[in-house]
Design a protein around this ligand. Structure first.
Ligand SMILES: [Mg+2]
Length: 335
């Protein structure tokens, strides 16, 4: 169905029917001039992230539902990285002529699935025609107890550096999708060779913000001293903590967790898996530091690996291979 047939109000009505409200703090969701959120003793965490067609995603291989899911997830991840929980979000869409009502519904299905899984209310939004392609802007509001907010600036020398999950998969997934896109462009009858690489593809197209890790850390009564989510790559995000905390970091290369599919794809493409982990980005794992005295509480937590320790700023931010000379960490970031 053409969006013009429904009009903006018709489209909003149609979408709003499927949108539940689940948090008691959402006093009013979609339907008025603004959403209304109840007053609270909690710190409020507010963040926003925008995904632009041609910059952040390629519709050749990114399904709209996954894209909606990812747009919500990157915002939730930033709230978790402050040690809080997302509660409400609003969505702005810029939609070009080639999209139908069904396309917008697909996108919303992804946004709503993300909200359902993370207990968030989609409390409002705006939809506009776009001349340049698809734009998805999401802003999320979260909360955290005042004493528990974690900044990038709290790391101290001797703290342990920890990471959840594994790194590099999103980037190897992107390289694989780009490779198969080229094959397809050369020969539209070719079948994409993606079997066996579901983990890295899903990591790139449909990442998961790490709510479980935050819950696990709370159960273990561990509040990190500093934390950031891995959006730009381990090197760049570690340097953010170093700069803002005024410290250095020593990371041990053989401790960096890399998933098997990421390793396999890197080998197949003659690409260095460690480079994908350091500079690839978009893994949305949590990088955090804890006091050395809490080692006992995290060492057996499933999804957490200790990969290094914080040192004085003069000792630098270094990656230390098992044999060989340490290498200075450099922020390449994600392009
Ligand atoms: Mg972040």
């Amino acid at each position: 169905m053409n969006i013009n047939e429904l009009g903006e109000f018709g489209l909003i009505d149609r979408l709003a029917k499927k949108i539940p409200t689940r948090n008691p703090s959402t006093l009013k969701g979609i339907g008025d001039d603004a959403a209304v959120v109840a007053p609270s003793e909690m710190c409020r965490l507010l963040t926003t992230d925008m995904l632009l067609e041609g910059i952040h995603f390629d519709l050749t291989y990114a399904p709209l539902k996954h894209l909606g899911y990812k747009a919500a997830m990157v915002n939730f991840s930033d709230i978790y990285a402050m040690n809080g929980f997302p509660k409400q979000m609003v969505v702005s869409l810029g939609i070009s002529q080639r999209f139908s009502v069904e396309h917008v519904e697909e996108l919303y299905a992804g946004l709503l699935l993300a909200c359902e899984r993370h207990g968030v209310d989609l409390a409002g939004g705006d939809t506009s025609a776009s001349l340049t392609g698809l734009t998805i802007g999401v802003s999320a509001l979260g909360e955290c107890e005042p004493g528990r907010v974690v900044y990038r600036s709290g790391a101290k020398p001797t703290d342990l550096i920890c990471i959840t999950g594994s790194l590099g998969s999103a980037y190897m997934g992107l390289l694989l999708l780009e490779r198969e896109k080229k094959v397809f462009e050369a020969n539209p009858n070719a079948t994409p060779q993606l079997a066996g690489y579901e983990q890295i593809i899903e990591r790139y197209l449909k990442p998961e913000a790490n709510r479980d890790a935050i819950l696990t850390l709370r159960e273990a009564d561990v509040t990190p001293t500093a934390m950031v989510d891995i959006s730009d790559g381990l090197a760049s995000d570690m340097l953010q903590i170093c700069r803002q905390s005024g410290v250095g970091a020593h990371l041990y290369l053989d401790k960096i967790p890399i998933a098997k599919q990421c390793m396999d794809m890197a080998e197949e493409m003659s690409f260095d898996a460690v480079t994908a982990a350091l500079n690839g980005g978009e893994d949305y794992e949590l990088l955090f530091t804890i006091p050395l005295s809490l080692h006992g509480r995290v060492k057996d937590l499933g999804p957490v690996a200790v990969i290094g320790h914080v040192v004085e700023a003069e000792k630098g931010a270094l990656l230390i291979p098992p044999n060989g000379a340490p290498v200075r960490l450099q922020a390449q970031g994600f392009r």
